[in-house]
Structures are given as C-alpha cells and as structure tokens.
Design a protein around this ligand. Sequence first.
Ligand SMILES: [Fe+2]
Length: 423
Amino acid sequence: IMDHVLIDSLSKRGSAISQAAAIPAGYSLLTNDRLALDNLAAQIKRSQEEIEYVAILDLEQNILAHNHLDRVGGTLPFLVGEMHDHPDGLTITKGLHDWTECMEFRRPIYFTEQHIGNVVIGISTRQLMALKASAHEQILLIATFVTALALLGAMLLSSIFPRPIERLTEGVSKLRRDEHVGNIPVRSRNELGKLTHNFNKMARTIQQQKASLHNYADELEASYNDMVRILAAALDARDNYTYGHSARVARLALGLADKLALDTEAKKELELGCLLHDIGKIHVPDAVLNKQAKLDQDEYATLTQHPLLGSKILELTPSLRKYIPAVKHHHERFDGNGYPDQLSGDEIPLHAQIVALADTYDAMTTSRPYREGLSREETIDEIRRCSGSQFNPELSELFIDVVLSTAENTTEEIMPAEYLCAS
Ligand SMILES: [Fe+2]
C-alpha cells in the first residue's frame, strides 16, 4: 500500500512538473531560443532536489537542452524498464539512469496540436526509498510503543483487578459452604471498592444472624430436653420407689451405647428415649402403679398398656416421634413373648432392647416395700439366666460389662444432680 501511495504521489508530481515545463518549452522551441531552453532545464532541475535530470528533445529524441550542457547534441533514449503510456501522451518509465533508480516523465510538446518536441524529467526514487525506509522505521517504532503500552496496561489491570475479584469469589464460596469469612480489605474507591465494602457488610450480617440462629436453636433444644426431663421426673415422682428410675436407666443405657460405639446423635436420642420410656404410665391409676400386693389380671392388663399409651402420646408431637421405637417396644422380649407387638430378635429396635436391659436391671436392684432390691451380682445372674429368652445375648454380655464397670449404689449419686423437680 505504501509503495503504491508513494509512486502514485511521485507520478502526479512528475506529470505536473512536465506539463508545466511543456508550455514555455513550446514557445522556446518555436522561436528556437536555445538559451531559454537551457535556462528552463536548469531552473526546473534546481526547483526540486529529487529531480535528477531535465532535457528538451526534438522529435528524433536529440537533446536540444539539458541541465548538463555537455549532453546537448546527444540523444536521450527511453529508459529500459516498466513503461506506462498515458492518454495525454505522457510516458512514465521506471528504470536506471546513470546507475540511479529513476522515474522518467517524457511528455510531448504540442503547439496548436502539432507535436514539436518532448520534455523529459527524471526524478530519482532514492529519496522515495529513503522516505519509505523512514516510514517503516516510524511504523515499527509506533508498533513497539503501542505493544509496550498494551503490555504495561495489561500488567497494571491484572494487578489492580483480579485479586479483589478473586477474594470476593472466594468469600462468596466460603459463605455458601457455611465457613467463616473475614473482612476483605477495600483497596480502591472505585466500583470494585464499593462492591467489596458492601460484600463485607453483607457477610457480617449473615454471619451474625447465623450465630444468633444457632444460639436460638441450641436454647430451644436445651429447653426441650429440660421439658422431657421434667416430664420424666414428674412421672417417676408418682411412685416413691421409682424416684430417679428414668435417669438411672438413661445412665446405664448410655454406658451400653458407648460399648456399641453409637454416635452422639443416637446417644442423645437414646437418652431421651430412656427418660420417656414409661411416659404411658400417666394413664395408669396410682392405685395400680403403687399397689404393694400382686396385681390381679385386670390391673396387670392396664399396666401392660403403658408402652402403647406412651407411643400414642409421643405420636401427638412430631418432634417426639423419634422416641417411639424405644418407648413402644421396651417390653418386647428377644424370644417374641413380650408386648405390645410380640417382636423378636432383631425386629426389636436397638434402642428398645437397650432400654429393656437397663430398665429391668434398675427395677431389680431397687427395693420395694414388699421386697428388698437384689444385689448387683444377683441381678447379673438373673440377666444371664434370661439372656436369649428375654434379652439379646450379645447385648446382655456387653451390658453386664457396663454394670461391672459402674460404681455400685448409683441411686444417690444421680438423684440430686439430675432431677430438676426433686422434692
Ligand atoms: Fe416400662
């Protein structure tokens, strides 16, 4: 493109100069004024630095005038090279003249439409080439400068923007994963700075709300557990001799849960299941519950309703339903002869099997008005005897380990501390 533009511009200049020269040359040719022709050639040569030579020729291409006077009288043949003829008679040739790369403009001189001679102007392309080289250099320089500027800009941008954006993205991910998000430093006053500032505010609010929500949930769970304990204690309190029973059952059951490596959630559920296991006894009249003599058939039937009644009570409250397996089935037997559903073996929920062992142990060791409580060793023998019929044999052995590793006479230890409505 550059070549084309430069040559086009040079062609226009050469064409204009030769046209301007043709008019005075025509007059001088007519009057055969050689001095004027010499002057014209010399003047044109001086007018432009890149003009290499100027000549006025007759029709046979003989030199009538030339800026080098010694060439007058000789001939000036056409340059050897690329030649273009124009409609107005101008011929432009590109080639070597005296070892110099030139563009030659050979224009016919007319006088009243009669061809009387030719004016020839040779313009060196040396300057053109120099100009081209310098333009190349400038373009290269500008390109280098622009590239360097772009690189610098990219580096600056990458140091200003990505880090805060990275930090923000990380903050959002942390919030989503429920992890703690610290304050992200605000380094600029632009849009990004505002965004970071607002993100920090939002993250703080979310985290504060989450913390208070956790506290609230913890408080709720604690008061709910207290409620269950109060309920269990109130129930135990109806019978002077079972006072503290539920808490002792829970304690023994948790010992067995440790042996079974139950997780925290399961242990919590087991503990409350133990506290609630006899909740159905609310429906059993005091006369039956506290009767010192042997129960008659009807009374016994009423008493054995308590696991089912208990499960019906828990059914009313969705959050208590998870304790139903322990409550409903703590009187089932391993051999299937228990109540209410005659479940056997592994059909009996694990928590119910654990409660059964702990409940029986505590009942046997507690003294009643009509009988003295059994000793630890006697109770252990009794459990062994019932292992496989009443109790799961594997659980029985583990339970006996728990009993043996627990301090004797736990009754007094538990009561004051664990009972909220002791009276
Ligand atoms: Fe019971």
